[in-house]
Design a protein around this ligand. Structure first.
Ligand code: MLT
Length: 263
């Protein structure tokens, strides 16, 4: 589908006319990271999974990447699909986008699921790390970047039990162009914090995090939980940063229970 002159790749599954859940993937992945969430939800909801610009099969366009731009793209997609309101489910960068969109367009969302994410901006140390990553992608390429980063995404246990998921994630990373990886790393490094909007969120919120998430650790989830009145916090066992892939059973049980309580 063409939205604001950009080809956006998405899948539209489940029940037409039902309540909508929109899934926003993390970095540097794509919509296929949500495949294990389709089956348990498709009988009762309409499920939209899309590729953020520059990722998966979506075009990158010509604009400078930013979380603001990604949030505007999300609203553009909702408008194009005539979705007035939805539940947003974002993992990591997907959560940054969900919180950014919530701050600007709160009337478009019935509830939020924030998975393995945080509300703070990058520290100067984190920014430097992103700059080093950009250098390394330019000099040593995407394959090496994937090899080094995959270690941080999964729990040690997953390396013994989740061979397919790890291979799938590696594939998602190497499929992303060097240009998109670098542009998104820059966008992430300059993103604004969204912690200040948390006390203003009045819709139901479920926060989930892998108990071994090293990138956006449980402490970051607890911090958001304390700031969002009435929010639910679920720590997912046997999972690192990609809790929906590493422990889909528990993730899906919590997600289903939550959305059933919203609609
Ligand atoms: C993600 O999974 O989206 C990234 O780890 C987020 C980040 O690097 O801040």
């Amino acid at each position: 589908m063409i939205i604001n002159n950009l080809l956006v790749s998405y899948t539209d599954e489940g029940q037409e006319g039902s309540s909508v859940i929109i899934f926003i993937h993390g970095f540097p992945f794509n919509k296929s990271m949500w495949n294990l969430q389709v089956e348990p939800l498709k009988d009762n909801y309409r499920l939209i999974m899309y590729d953020i610009r520059g990722h998966g099969n979506s075009d990158a366009g010509n604009e400078v990447f930013s979380i603001d731009l990604f949030a505007n793209d999300l609203i553009g997609l909702m408008d194009a699909l005539k979705i007035d309101k939805a539940i947003l489910c974002g993992l990591s960068m997907g959560g940054y986008i969900a919180l950014n969109a919530m701050g600007k367009y709160h009337e478009r969302f019935d509830a939020l699921v924030l998975s393995d994410t945080q509300c703070i901006a990058d520290t100067s140390e984190a920014k430097e790390k992103r700059m080093r990553a950009i250098e390394s992608i330019k000099y040593t390429g995407v394959e090496k970047y994937a090899e080094e980063n995959i270690k941080n995404f999964f729990s040690p246990e997953s390396f013994l039990t989740k061979g397919k998921e790890i291979a799938d994630v590696r594939e998602m990373i190497v499929k992303t162009s060097e240009q998109s990886l670098c542009s998104t790393l820059l966008a992430l490094s300059v993103r604004k914090e969204t912690c200040h909007i948390l006390p203003e969120i009045k819709v139901p919120v479920l926060i989930m995090v892998g108990n071994e998430d090293k990138i956006t650790p449980p402490a970051a989830a607890r911090f958001m939980h304390e700031k969002i009145e009435g929010s639910f916090l679920k720590i997912i066992d046997h999972a690192g940063h990609l809790s929906n892939l590493e422990n889909p059973g528990e993730f899906n049980v919590q997600l289903k229970k939550f959305v059933a309580s919203v609609y």
